[in-house]
Design a protein around this ligand. Structure first.
Ligand code: CMP
Length: 152
């Protein structure tokens, strides 16, 4: 029964139409020279890179991007971190893109992220957790619009 349910779920996911999502590699990806590895993982998983840009995020853009976290103890450190060096902005397309990307990235805190996930394999720091990805289609639209004129 479990097997039948799993197969049905896989069939449903594989027949869902392509959707887009927004993500960016944080400064440590370039600093530790794993940007290529992360992009390679995303492509191997089946995502299509629709937009890709090396970019220096301004403080204002970072505060807009992370507005939901304003007032939290880690907010300033987060803003300072993502503005500390170039990032790689991207729009990705794939089946059920938001959910699948979040799953292969792993838990927010790399110390509890599963091995095999990007954060689980490549980071130990919750602030420098290698990659940000939107957590909903609605947020992907909002976040991509900060950096890409045509959004997603
Ligand atoms: P990200 O996916 O970019 O979304 C918000 C970021 O806030 C998150 O990754 C972490 O880098 C950071 N973050 C979330 N929770 C904490 C926390 N408890 N302490 C420090 N940073 C956090």
């Amino acid at each position: 029964m479990d097997c039948l349910l799993r197969k049905e779920r896989e069939r449903t996911l594989s027949t869902q139409s392509n959707t887009k999502t927004f993500a960016f590699l944080k400064p440590e990806a370039l600093q530790s020279r794993v940007a290529g590895e992360v992009l390679s993982r995303l492509e191997k998983k089946g995502f299509t890179i629709k937009q890709l840009r090396l970019y220096n995020i301004s403080k204002k853009e970072a505060e807009t991007l992370y507005a939901v976290h304003r007032g939290k103890p880690f907010f300033q450190e987060l803003v300072d971190h993502v503005t500390s060096g170039p990032v790689v902005l991207m729009i990705l397309e794939g089946s059920n893109a938001v959910e699948v990307l979040r799953r292969i990235i792993g838990a927010t805190n790399p110390q509890s992220a599963d091995p095999g996930t990007i954060r689980g394999d490549l980071s130990l720091s919750i602030t420098a957790n290698m990659i940000h990805a939107s957590d909903s289609l609605e947020n992907a639209k909002k976040e991509s619009a900060i950096f890409f004129h045509d959004g997603i």
